[in-house]
Ligand binder design. Structure first.
Ligand code: NAP
Length: 295
């Protein structure tokens, strides 16, 4: 296969790991990979390996025709523009339109589990982007990434210090997966030559309650961790008191609501189908990140 593959958001954490797996796991020749980012100067190490680097900023549509020229398979990594409602969908739609004009043959996109039936504040961005891709007539692979294990590392070091984990998830379960496993499966889909359109949901192998996760964290670190169930209002107040902006509080509370309602309790073997491997377990993830957990 000799198709040209492009990854947007190539300087982000997921983008870097997708390119790592294209090069190292799937042995794609560097000259077939285009790493597109707002700041190509950040990608000097990839350029030194022979990866082509280009500027692509979804907020500046004038950068996209040159960025997407000559690309066969294009991965749109969803952006982190969550502060301004509507901005992210506008960004993604600009990317889809530019891909269509550039004659891209296959589009890939990083979505979220079940955005069509979600309480999560930003689910409409993902659903809107999936629909724009389908309406474009371009062949597609949608990769609905479950919540990363890595997200737990934001708050757990603090939670372990205080011994308390405040949550509004109730008995709801989430089928988390590591960011790196998402990158591995996405790279597999990008490097494949399938023209078939498909939607995959990338999950881990078990769906866990917050209490299940806390039990593993205690087993790995030896530190006690009490899960304290609170109301949405109490959770939001705690997040705001910790200095987070309101849109972050809304986002985190809506994710807990979605969990409590059972809407993240989705298990698939799509990761296995794409990679031929088993996803990393929560225990293995925390063992590997024990130093980060302990601060
Ligand atoms: N499943 C989950 O648990 C989870 C968790 C966090 C985030 N996410 C989603 O997955 C995406 C990738 O995750 P990550 O961990 O790599 O996050 P990250 O490191 O924060 O990356 C943010 C990404 O947004 C891109 N971006 C921001 N503004 C852009 C613009 N104007 N035009 C084009 N790209 C833009 C960045 O690209 P450049 O800097 O290269 O331009 C970068 O790839 C996130 O952006 C978010 O949509 C999912």
């Amino acid at each position: 296969m000799s198709s040209t593959l492009l990854v947007t958001g190539a300087a982000g954490q997921l983008g870097q790991r997708v390119i790592h797996h294209l090069l190292e796991t799937y042995k794609v020749a560097p000259g077939r990979i285009i790493a597109a980012t707002r700041n190509p100067e950040k990608l000097a190490d990839l350029a030194a390996k022979g990866v082509v680097t280009r500027k692509a900023d979804f907020d500046d549509a004038s950068t996209l025709p040159a960025a997407f020229a000559g690309v066969d398979r294009l991965l749109i990594i969803s952006t982190d523009a969550l502060a301004v409602p509507g901005q992210r969908l506008k960004q993604h739609t600009a990317a889809v339109e530019a891909a269509k004009k550039a004659g891209v043959k296959h589009l890939l996109y990083t979505s979220m589990p079940a955005p069509e039936n979600s309480l999560v504040s930003f689910a409409p961005d993902h659903l809107g982007t999936e629909n724009a891709i389908k309406a474009s007539g371009i062949g597609y692979t949608i990769l609905r990434d479950a919540w990363y294990f890595d997200n737990f590392l934001w708050a757990l070091p603090h939670n372990l210090e205080t011994g308390k984990w405040y949550t509004a998830t109730g008995n709801g379960r989430v089928s988390n997966i590591s960011r790196d496993d998402c990158a591995l499966a996405i790279a597999a889909a990008l490097a494949s030559d399938t023209a078939e359109s498909a939607t995959y949901t990338l999950t881990g192998s078990t769906a866990l309650t917050t209490q299940d996760v806390a039990t593993v964290v205690t087993a790995v670190t030896g530190r006690p961790l009490e899960v304290v169930q609170v109301s949405d209002e109490q959770l939001a107040a705690g997040i705001i008191a910790a200095g987070m902006p309101k849109f972050v509080a809304d986002m985190l509370v809506s994710a807990d609501d979605n969990t409590r309602a059972g809407k993240f309790d989705i298990l698939t073997n799509d990761f296995n189908k794409l990679t031929g491997k088993e996803p990393q377990t929560v225990r293995a993830f925390f063992e590997a990140h024990k130093a980060a957990l302990l601060g």
